[in-house]
Each structure stands twice: as structure tokens, then as C-alpha cells.
Design a protein around this ligand. Structure first.
Ligand SMILES: NC(=O)c1ccc[n+]([C@@H]2O[C@H](COP(=O)([O-])OP(=O)(O)OC[C@H]3O[C@@H](n4cnc5c(N)ncnc54)[C@H](OP(=O)(O)O)[C@@H]3O)[C@@H](O)[C@H]2O)c1
Length: 279
């Protein structure tokens, strides 16, 4: 069993620390608020530098990159591996990799596709980019986090790039989910009733994603299964109802304007994948 340090005990860092300790790894933690370590079978370091010096693998799981920069200590990290699984942009990941390289620190950037409760199980997935040597060195330790992991390449920003693309989909969709509940309520439909049918509708999403993927790969945007013109009509119907109920229409108005750009460019009869080619 190896030693591992976790910096940050928010919901995710706490789940990581519990999982490493349960797998038998000597786990050292540091958190700004030390009381969050009370239920952990781990050594609680008084400072971040002491925590860093306790293990060859140091995992930062903090609010954002600014917090990571304020917590990590270059001289303590020298010769160790920093695995930063704090959410950020590809540019931030690349800048941190450059900083680490200048300080003789092996750098891996990581992305977690999971909620804290799934860490350690096959429902969690991890994506890494940066130093493959560092990943291989610590692969056995990281295996405690779950069986699903993928290395995306030496460009440290690649894991974050995948993350922001997927999160783009997630948060525009979640905004739609919240708005669906508002609109349903305004029309007297209960949350329970609409959520049942929403889950049925979302069941078609994987097929729709495959269809857009196929359109983009082939460069052919056949609109027989549903054209941009017909989507525009549906969106206008929704907007009429949203406005009639006095609800916020900003997100759907922006989405409708994006569709209109495709129509104005002459793509109205084509499939929805065409929108992904607009800049
Ligand atoms: N939660 C999830 O489901 C999830 C899923 C995937 C990825 N992630 C990523 O994991 C990272 C951590 O997320 P999280 O949900 O565990 O919690 P979070 O709320 O994003 O971050 C909380 C952690 O940051 C620390 N922190 C915040 N401001 C600080 C400061 N100024 N100085 C020092 N420490 C500071 C907190 O310390 P205190 O305890 O002292 O406040 C705590 O350790 C994020 O980047 C997030 O994007 C989370």
C-alpha cells in the first residue's frame, strides 16, 4: 500500500480520502477547515506543506485553480506528483502544467465524471492528461478510485477540454430542466407528473447524440428525421407559452436565435447537427 495526500475536503475531496483510506493506503489530508477530517481514518496535517511532504502523490481537489495556487507549495512539491482534479479550463490546466514543469514537479490533470457517493465504484469515471509517466507510477494507488479511467494524452489541458464540453451540455440542459418545472407549474402540472414524462423523453437523448455525431462525421446533415425549420416552429410554440405565463424567456430566446442563424444561412431543411458547425 502506498501513501497519498488529499488537499481539500469538500464533498469530493472527502470522498476521495475515504476511498483511499478504505483501500488501505496511508492517507494524509489537509483542509482549510480541519473539522471536516474528523470522521476520516487519515492523518490530518497542520499545514498544506506538511501534507504535501507526506506522500509522493498529492491530489488537489479544491474550489478552483486560484485556491489551488494559494495552497500548494513549490518547494514541498518538488520531485513529487501533483494530480489536480480541481475543475477548471484547459488554459488553466496548461498554465499549471507549465508552472509544475518549471519547478520539477510531475503534473497530471484530472477530471472526475461522478458524484462523490460513486467514488470507488464502476459508476465513476476519471480522465487524466499530462504526464503519462506520473500516471503509470501511481496507477495502483489511483485504482482505488474505481475501474474506469482513461489517459487522454500529454497535453495537460485535454482532460479539462473534454470536461468543459460535457459540462456545456450538462448545464445548458440543467437550465432547461429547471425551466421545464417552472413552465409546468405555471400551467398547473405537478413536478411529479412532469418529471416522470421528462425522464421518458430524455431516454431518446443517446440516439439524438448518435445522430448528430453521425451527421458531423459524414458532413451530411439530412433533415428527414427532423429539420432545423421544424425545430424553430416548436421553439416558437414554447416561447409563446413561456411569455404568456410571464416567465423568464432568456435562455430559450438565445437558443431560438442560434437556430435562426442556421435558417438565415440557408440550412433550414437540414438536420440539427448543422448547428454545431456554426461559429
Ligand atoms: N462535488 C461533485 O459532485 C464534483 C464532481 C466532479 C468534480 N468536482 C470538482 O471537485 C472540486 C472540489 O469540489 P467539492 O464539491 O468537493 O467542493 P467545493 O465546494 O468546490 O470546494 C470545497 C473545497 O475548497 C476549499 N476552499 C474553498 N475556498 C478556499 C480557500 N479560499 N482557501 C482554501 N481552501 C478553500 C474548501 O475548504 P473548506 O472546507 O475550508 O471550505 C473545500 O476543501 C471542484 O473543482 C469540483 O468542480 C466535484
Amino acid at each position: 500500500m502506498t501513501s497519498v495526500t488529499v488537499l481539500g475536503l469538500g464533498p469530493m475531496g472527502h470522498a476521495l480520502a475515504i476511498t483511499f483510506a478504505a483501500a488501505g493506503h496511508r492517507t494524509t489530508v489537509w483542509n482549510r477547515t480541519p473539522s471536516k477530517a474528523e470522521d476520516l481514518d487519515a492523518t490530518v496535517a497542520a499545514t498544506a506543506a506538511v501534507a504535501i511532504e507526506s506522500s509522493p502523490l498529492v491530489i488537489a481537489c479544491l474550489r478552483d485553480y486560484d485556491v489551488v495556487a494559494s495552497v500548494i507549495d513549490a518547494s514541498a512539491l518538488k520531485g513529487r506528483t501533483l494530480l489536480n482534479i480541481t475543475g477548471g479550463s484547459p488554459a488553466q490546466a496548461r498554465a499549471m502544467a507549465a508552472w509544475a514543469s518549471a519547478h520539477d514537479i510531475a503534473y497530471l490533470d484530472g477530471v472526475i465524471m461522478s458524484t462523490p457517493d460513486a467514488i470507488g465504484s464502476d459508476r465513476a469515471a476519471f480522465f487524466y492528461s499530462g504526464s503519462e509517466t506520473a500516471l503509470e507510477r501511481h496507477r495502483d494507488t489511483l485504482a482505488a478510485l474505481g475501474p474506469n479511467s482513461e489517459f487522454l494524452g500529454a497535453d495537460a489541458g485535454r482532460a479539462a477540454a473534454l470536461d468543459v464540453a460535457l459540462q456545456d451540455m450538462l448545464w445548458t440542459s440543467m437550465t432547461g430542466v429547471a425551466h421545464m418545472f417552472s413552465l409546468a407549474a405555471a400551467e398547473g402540472i405537478s413536478p411529479q407528473f412532469v418529471s416522470t414524462h421528462a425522464k421518458g423523453l430524455v431516454g431518446f437523448f443517446p440516439d439524438m447524440i448518435d445522430m448528430l455525431d453521425e451527421q458531423l462525421r459524414s458532413g451530411e446533415f439530412a433533415g428527414e428525421a427532423g429539420s432545423i425549420d421544424s425545430a424553430a416552429v416548436v421553439m416558437d410554440n414554447i416561447l409563446d407559452t413561456v411569455r404568456a405565463n410571464g416567465l423568464d424567456d432568456s435562455v430559450l430566446t438565445a437558443a431560438r436565435a442560434h437556430v435562426q442563424r442556421a435558417v438565415d444561412a440557408g440550412y433550414g431543411s437540414e438536420g440539427f447537427g448543422r448547428l454545431a458547425t456554426l461559429r
